[in-house]
Design a protein around this ligand. Structure first.
Ligand code: SGN
Ligand code: CA
Length: 520
């Protein structure tokens, strides 16, 4: 009898413990707007120092081949949420509406028992769905004294948007969330988006430094194509004296710039600090009377320094959130991802902004920590896309991955349990004609080659050999030496379009919608 009882107790214990689901991890998905991988010090480009973001990679993994599917803000966020390409989720450009009624991974996690929050920039109009708590910037939002829409109500907060977003995030972690549930937190900074307005404490950071521009800063695009020639995103050409370079008087024309109006958003105290920092620097510039290449290099420095300054506040915020995890015993069971909605040009080809499929805007930083599963110091070289975040998070949460998601979970890649992965990625870009005038294109990239088709008002193909020409200065599409590779890449492109369901007819439909939306 005693033996029987003992057996019963042991077997029921086994059944119970087998039924018990493993503890679901918390997920913090940090995304900054337009943060180039070149400006995360863990990637080794020696521009700036981001110790807190780097810590994620030091204690986890760094992705050397992280890419987006459509290098522009709102579409990129839609891909990330839905796990589907732009032409499937419908948000192909910043102008078309996003349909919040479709499934997204936050809704799935919520249904699966998670407490969810979205804080900061999302840039998708309409009330966010799938979040227990949300506080988002309307549209692009403002750097100073920003408005937020918090669970439907508009509020305005004095100060700089980066620490404000961090404080709201910490407040949710500490005081608002249901601590009995695993959580999903989307912590999304506006910085370093244009026009790079620094937090007051960093106004003089890098004042004593001069940066050398990239080797192709003075590119004349002769080796590229019409699309590269006709863009409008050159630092020394399209960036503006007021909005971008922070001059109150245009040094060339002597006229007042629109920056006077922008400074009006600042309180008197904030404005005083700003003027105390920029006035002497702008006066010194006028004295120099620079011309030609020297002027171009000066502009590059003004742009890059402001851009990097705004990143410093982002890095501080990451540090505060990581500290909160440490202090509350949450580090082990929390997945932390740091990424951007796309890459950004820091003077490569002479450019700022993104949009193109050329490397610096196609590639995005991805750093990830999850001490329970990921070894410290891992480097991931597989071709990962922002399409893959949704299925990856569902995988970690132990939830079903809907069959129609187009990305793949990279859990087994980053755990080093598998090396089976895709060997090519597909890209689309639609927003043209528009600001910066980057023509419509789509393309395929393997680990070595990239084939692109620019269409609508041109019909041009470009191909690059990334091993021989990592800066993409030399279009080899018509080079006879590459004819076999060109055929192979055309085949790959057809495969990609079939696999994901993209067609010329879809392009035409999106174009028609875009042109009629612009007329309104
Ligand atoms: C604004 C910027 C552009 C930028 C787009 C899209 N101009 O229009 O430089 O390309 O946003 O950026 S600004 O004068 O408003 O700064 S995105 O990240 O939202 O897609
Ligand atoms: Ca962006």
């Amino acid at each position: 009898m005693y033996k029987l009882l003992k057996l019963l107790i042991i077997s029921s214990f086994i059944v119970l413990s087998c039924n018990k689901k493993p503890k679901q991890p918390n997920i913090i998905f940090i995304m900054s707007d337009d943060h180039a991988f070149q400006a995360v010090s863990a990637y080794g480009h020696n521009l700036n120092n981001t110790p807190n973001i780097d810590r994620i990679a030091k204690e986890g993994a760094i992705f050397n081949n992280g890419f987006v599917t459509n290098s522009i803000c709102a579409p990129s966020r839609a891909v990330m949420l839905t796990g589907k390409h732009s032409f499937i989720n419908g948000k192909v450009d910043n102008i078309q509406p996003f349909n919040w009624n479709q499934p997204n991974f936050s809704k799935n996690l919520q249904d699966g028992g998670y407490e969810t929050a979205l804080i900061g920039k999302i840039h998708l109009r309409g009330a966010p769905q799938g979040f227990n708590h949300w506080s988002v910037l309307p549209g692009q939002g403002h750097y100073y004294n920003p408005k937020f829409i918090k669970n439907g109500d508009t509020i305005q907060i004095e100060g700089h948007v980066s620490p404000i977003t961090t404080n709201m995030t910490l407040d949710w972690l500490k005081n608002i969330r249901d601590k009995n549930k695993p959580f999903l937190l989307l912590y999304h900074q506006k910085a370093p988006h244009r026009n790079w307005m620094t937090e007051e404490k960093y106004l003089t950071l890098f004042d004593d430094k001069t940066f050398n521009p990239p080797s192709n800063y003075f590119d004349n695009y002769d080796g590229m194509g019409t699309a590269a020639k006709e863009q409008e995103m050159e630092i020394d050409g399209h960036a503006m004296w007021g909005h971008d370079f922070k001059f109150l008087i245009n040094p060339i024309t002597g006229k007042k710039t629109n920056f006077n109006r922008e400074l009006k958003r600042l309180t008197e105290k904030q404005r005083e600090k700003w003027l105390a920092s920029y006035t002497p620097k702008n006066d010194a510039f006028r004295e120099l009377k620079l011309e030609g290449k020297e002027l171009g290099i000066w502009k590059f420095n003004r742009y890059l320094k402001d851009y990097l300054r705004t990143i410093q506040s982002v890095d501080d915020g990451v540090g505060e959130v990581l500290n909160y995890l440490d202090e509350n015993n949450l580090t082990e069971n929390t997945i932390v991802i740091y990424t951007s909605d796309q890459g950004f040009y820091l003077g490569e080809h002479g450019w700022f902004d993104k949009r193109f499929m050329y490397e610096e805007s196609l590639r995005t930083p991805i750093l990830m920590r999850y001490p329970k599963e990921i070894k410290a110091g891992i480097e991931v070289n597989e071709l990962i896309q922002n399409l893959d975040f949704a299925p990856t998070f569902l995988d970690y949460a132990g939830l079903d991955i809907p069959k129609d998601l187009q990305g793949k979970s990279f859990r087994n890649i980053v755990n080093e349990n598998s090396s089976e992965w895709r060997d090519a990625i597909y890209y689309t870009y639609y927003e043209y004609p528009s600001v910066h005038m980057v023509k419509r294109h789509y393309g395929v990239r393997t680990d070595r080659y990239k084939l692109m088709h620019f269409y609508y008002d041109i019909d041009e193909w470009e191909m690059y050999d990334l091993q021989e020409d990592p800066s993409e200065m030399n279009n080899v599409y018509n080079n006879p030496k590459y004819s076999d590779i060109r055929d192979m890449m055309h085949t790959r492109l057809v495969e990609m379009r079939d696999k994901y369901g993209d067609t010329d007819e879809l392009n035409q439909m999106h174009l028609n919608r875009y042109l009629s939306a612009r007329k309104k």
